[in-house]
Design a binder for this molecule. Structure first.
Ligand code: HEM
Length: 204
């Protein structure tokens, strides 16, 4: 496996980043949901919130690396090529996810800035983006919460799409049955190694 993507498969860097982002996003959501288990003003509740802020800001840092990878290396094609409407929908969902991974952390940073609260980041305090303005802070918080709720759906739908895509990839790598290989004029060895034409290896 290569470090960056090729036309046929994802590289190890893309795969590692994909899973890291997924784990980070799950942790960001989990921390903010778990805060409700602890009493107001408790140290545990504050810790959950701080973790939410820091992990959310980590998503913001890593998303740029993901975007850079997308620009410098190709996106592997899906075989067989899905219909245009499916590709369009997938692209739309992809960009919505990127917008969420950039927009939510920025909105969170703005909430804390407007509320005149510290913005913790692994032992540092980040500078405020705007001057204190509690009303504006509340307004942005409303948007942050709304987009975060939509994010649950987006991540769920993206998860379904990835599962479908990897099932198709696994099916493509399955050896071609000998009878089909003979009909297509492939040697049984080549077929068994999954080296036959893509059309033969596509899911049925
Ligand atoms: C991808 C990143 C992020 C996601 C998915 C996300 C998601 C969420 C969710 C689900 C909530 C709870 C909404 C509710 O209670 O209904 C929330 C609240 C909040 N988030 Fe984020 N967030 C992210 C990043 C950030 C960042 C980076 C910050 C700050 C630097 C931040 C600051 C806040 C604040 C201040 C609240 C309100 C907390 C409270 O009132 O107890 N978020 N976020």
């Amino acid at each position: 496996m290569t470090l960056t993507n090729t036309r046929d498969r994802y590289g190890s860097l893309s795969i590692a980043l994909h899973w890291l982002m997924l784990i980070l996003l799950a942790a960001v959501y989990a921390c903010i949901e778990l805060r409700g288990m602890f009493p107001k003003d408790s140290a545990e509740r504050a810790l959950m919130k701080d973790l939410h802020f820091m992990l959310g800001l980590s998503v913001f840092v890593l998303v740029w690396l993901r975007l850079l990878l997308r620009v410098i290396s190709p996106t592997p094609r899906i075989e067989p090529n899905p219909p245009a409407w499916q590709r369009g929908l997938a692209t739309l969902m992809h960009w919505a996810l990127y917008a969420m991974m950039i927009g939510l952390p920025v909105a969170g940073w703005l909430i804390l800035s407007a509320s005149d609260k510290p913005i913790p980041f692994y032992g540092f305090n980040l500078p405020a983006l705007i001057a204190p303005d509690p009303d504006l802070g509340k307004q942005i918080k409303g948007w942050h919460e709304l987009i975060a709720s939509l994010g649950y759906w987006l991540i769920g739908l993206q998860g379904r799409r990835c599962a479908g895509k990897s099932a198709a990839c696994r099916a493509r790598r399955r050896p071609v049955p000998p009878a089909r290989a003979r009909r297509a004029g492939l040697s049984p060895c080549t077929a068994a190694q999954g080296e036959g034409p893509t059309a033969l290896r596509s899911p049925q």
